[in-house]
Write a protein that binds this ligand. Structure first.
Ligand SMILES: [Zn+2]
Length: 313
C-alpha cells in the first residue's frame, strides 16, 4: 500500500463523529478516482462511496472520497457556530468546518485522536462543541502542540505514523490533494492549504542540544543570530557576516554539523528552536536514534577541523 494512505486513514478515523452528525449524502461515483486525492475508489477509506462537490459556482459536479470531503462538512456538534448569516430579517447559523480553520493547525495521533490548535478567537467560538468539551482544542502554535504530544508519549509508536497539519486554512483542496503522514522526526511532513513541505525536526533538536552544550541556547530563537545562515539558505551568501558569525560560536564546526541539511528546514531554525528549546531535555530520548550512517565519520572529521565555507556554509 502507498504509505501516504496512512494519513488519509488516520484523518478519516479521527473525524468519524463529525460525519456521523452531519447530513451529507453519499452516492456511488461515476468516475475512476477521487477528484481531489486521485486515489481509486477501491483504495479510499470508504470504498466506492463519494460526495458530490462543485469547485466554484459554475464548476461541474465532481466526486470526492469521504476523507477529502470531510473538511468541507459543517459541524454543529463537533465544532459549533462559526457566525450568523443575516439576510433581511432572517438569520441563519453557519457552523464551523475543518476546512475553514484559518491560522489553525492539527495533529492526528497514531491512535487516530485529533487535536486542534486554534487562534484565541476561534478557540472561544468552538470550545462548547464536542471537541472543545473533550479537551481537543488549544491555543498553542501547532508545532508546540506537536512537541507536547510527543513528550507526553501521545505520538508513540512513531512508526505507526501521525498527521501534522500546520494550517487547515480555507483551501481544503490544497490540503487534501496530497496529505502526508509522518513516521520519523527526520522527516516531519507539514501539511497545509498550500500543500506539503518536509521539516527535519530531528536535526533541529540536535542543533538545540549543541547550542545548549556550547552555552549559547539564549541565541536559539533569535532571528538576528541566524541571519547569515538564513541568507545562505536563500542563496544570498554574505561571507563577511558569516565570518563574524563564526566568532560568536564557541565551536562552529560542531554547530554547523548539527544543522539540518535542507534549506527549508534551515529557514525555520529560529521559529522552531524558539518553540522547541523549553522542551529540550524532555526531547532527549528522541535524539538518541542513530544518526544516518554516512554522517558519522563526517561528524568526527568536522569536529577536529575549522569549517570550510564552501562545504558547510
Ligand atoms: Zn480523496
Amino acid at each position: 500500500m502507498n504509505p501516504r494512505h496512512r494519513a488519509y486513514q488516520l484523518l478519516y478515523q479521527a473525524t468519524h463523529a463529525l460525519r456521523q452528525h452531519s447530513q451529507h449524502v453519499t452516492l456511488t461515483p461515476k468516475t475512476p478516482s477521487c477528484a481531489c486525492c486521485e486515489r481509486r475508489w477501491a483504495e479510499v477509506e470508504a470504498p466506492f462511496q463519494a460526495a458530490e462537490y462543485r469547485y466554484g459556482k459554475s464548476g461541474e459536479t465532481e466526486y470526492l472520497c469521504l476523507t477529502c470531503y470531510t473538511p468541507r462538512i459543517s459541524s454543529e456538534v463537533m465544532l459549533g457556530i462559526e457566525r450568523m448569516n443575516i439576510t433581511g430579517n432572517t438569520s441563519t447559523e453557519i457552523y464551523g468546518k475543518l476546512g475553514m480553520l484559518v491560522g489553525s493547525g492539527g495533529i492526528v495521533t497514531p491512535q487516530a485522536e485529533l487535536y486542534l490548535t486554534l487562534p484565541p478567537k476561534l478557540h472561544e467560538k468552538y470550545q462548547h462543541g464536542e471537541w472543545g468539551q473533550q479537551g481537543r482544542l488549544s491555543t498553542e502554535k501547532p508545532l508546540a502542540r506537536l512537541i507536547q504530544l510527543l513528550v507526553h508519549g501521545a505520538l508513540a509508536p512513531l512508526e505507526d505514523g501521525f498527521v501534522y497539519i500546520e494550517n487547515w486554512g480555507r483551501k481544503a483542496d490544497g490540503l487534501m490533494r496530497q496529505l502526508m503522514p509522518t513516521t520519523s522526526l527526520h522527516e516531519v511532513w507539514c501539511n497545509s492549504e498550500n500543500g506539503v513541505s518536509v521539516l527535519d525536526l530531528h536535526a533541529i533538536m540536535r542543533t538545540a542540544n549543541v547550542m545548549s552544550a556550547q552555552g549559547i541556547e539564549a541565541q536559539a530563537g533569535r532571528l538576528a543570530f541566524w541571519s547569515p545562515i538564513l541568507d545562505a539558505a536563500k542563496g544570498r551568501r554574505d561571507e563577511e557576516a558569516f565570518a563574524k558569525w563564526l566568532t560568536k560560536v564557541p565551536d562552529p564546526a560542531a554547530l554547523l554539523q548539527a544543522l539540518p541539511a535542507d534549506p527549508y528546514s534551515r529557514l525555520r531554525l529560529p521559529a522552531v528552536l524558539g518553540i522547541l528549546m523549553p522542551y529540550r531535555q524532555q526531547l532527549l530520548p528522541y535524539c538518541e536514534t542513530a544518526t544516518p550512517a554516512a554522517a558519522a565519520p563526517n561528524l568526527a572529521k568536522a569536529a577536529s577541523h575549522q569549517p570550510e565555507q564552501g562545504t558547510l556554509f
